[in-house]
Design a protein around this ligand. Structure first.
Ligand SMILES: Nc1ncnc2c1ncn2[C@@H]1O[C@H](COP(=O)(O)OP(=O)(O)OP(=O)(O)O)[C@@H](O)[C@H]1O
Length: 339
């Protein structure tokens, strides 16, 4: 446990609105180990982006971190001052988001932009920074000579690769990726994601990865956390989760993805809509949509509980399962990391 690169414990985030404080992330806890790729899954509005932004302390107003702790390599991230945060961002943890490729400066070359970041943080000479900029471009599959190109001279896929190169420039140990390739076509998306996996193997950084594409998530991630209405309802090695989801919401989410099932399976998905966070249901937030809900579910909130096989789930049904039964079934699960 203490070896974790990132530990998020009981994280709470509220948005301060005219109506009052809206709790959108509610006591979320998880760990990311060095080199792990953790996917965050959940319907739109479940809190995925808010968690990522809170981890890096880039949450924009009116978002406020109202509770919990975030520790990176032993550092208390929520206690860092401006200087500490400057050291954390890009050097320890970097962020790639969907719209990042529009953030490239249109009037200076790609090489200068990469060089600026390297020079500022590593204190190396300009010429050395430019050599590193070339190397970084090559690392993400772009010819080094493109250091002289401007953003508008590159395709969308290449611009996103440049953004990934920037995110890797200072050799961070954790890269946060919020739908990093959603704006790109499927083939380019796959290419870039495969490259991220290769780079992760070579450079050893960990990733937290958000995508709405569950099949992609299971393909790429070593671990997956499932969020529902601001709470983490399941967290497990991705192969175990894929083979045997423990939470009815995870199962429903997976059933809404054709790629995750063989022919003939019913794509029933999850009936209904996520709750209004202003008045979430009592007990388990998922119970009004859960086909297996029983009396307890509407009165008591299930806690995220550690199960065998490095799995965690927050569900009264799982609590009812006999531990021996769990052992029998989960011992079969291949816990090898998927990618
Ligand atoms: N500025 C804001 N003011 C009030 N509520 C907000 C604000 N930004 C986000 N929210 C709410 O916070 C909740 C979590 O949003 P968030 O963007 O983190 O979810 P998400 O899971 O990343 O969604 P998506 O998959 O659509 O990106 C949502 O209910 C959203 O409506």
């Amino acid at each position: 446990m203490s070896d974790a690169l990132l530990t998020v414990e009981d994280l709470c985030v509220d948005y301060v609105t005219e109506r009052g404080w809206l709790r959108v992330v509610d006591k979320v806890s998880f760990e990311v180990q060095p080199g792990e790729i953790m996917g965050l899954a959940g319907e739109s509005g479940s809190g995925k982006s808010t968690i990522i932004q809170a981890i890096l302390r880039v949450l924009k107003a009116p978002g406020v971190i109202t509770g919990g702790t975030v520790r990176f390599d032993g550092k208390d991230v929520l206690a860092l001052d401006k200087r500490g945060l400057r050291g954390l961002r890009w050097c320890d943890i970097s962020l790639v988001c969907q719209s990042a490729m529009n953030a490239l400066n249109p009037v200076i070359t790609i090489g200068e932009q990469l060089g600026d970041a390297i020079e500022a943080h590593e204190g190396v000479r300009r010429s050395q920074a430019l050599v590193r900029a070339r190397e970084l471009l090559e690392l993400v599959g772009i010819e080094g000579s493109r250091v002289h190109a401007y953003a508008h001279e590159l395709s969308g896929g290449m611009r996103q690769r440049v953004v990934i190169a920037m995110a890797l420039a200072l050799r961070p140990r954790l890269v946060l990726m919020d739908e990093p390739t959603t704006a790109l076509d499927v083939v380019v998306q796959k290419e870039i994601l495969q490259q991220i996996i290769r780079l992760r193997r070579e450079l050893g950084f960990a990733v937290i990865f958000i995508t709405h594409d569950l099949s992609l998530m299971f393909e790429l991630c070593t671990h997956v956390g499932v969020l529902y209405a601001g709470r983490l309802v399941e967290h497990a090695p991705s192969q175990a989760l894929f083979e045997r989801p423990m939470h009815p919401y995870t199962l429903g989410l997976m059933r809404s993805f054709p790629d995750l099932h063989g022919e003939g399976d019913d794509l029933v998905g999850v009936p209904g809509n996520p709750p209004d966070l202003w008045k979430p249901p009592k007990g388990c937030r998922f119970h009004p949509r859960c086909p297996q809900a029983f009396a307890d579910c509407s009165t008591r909130a299930p806690q995220l509980r550690a199960l065998v096989g490095h799995r965690h789930a927050a569900c009264h049904l799982v609590d009812q399962v006999d531990q021996l039964d769990q052992l029998d079934q989960l011992d079969q699960v291949d816990q090898e990391e998927s990618p």
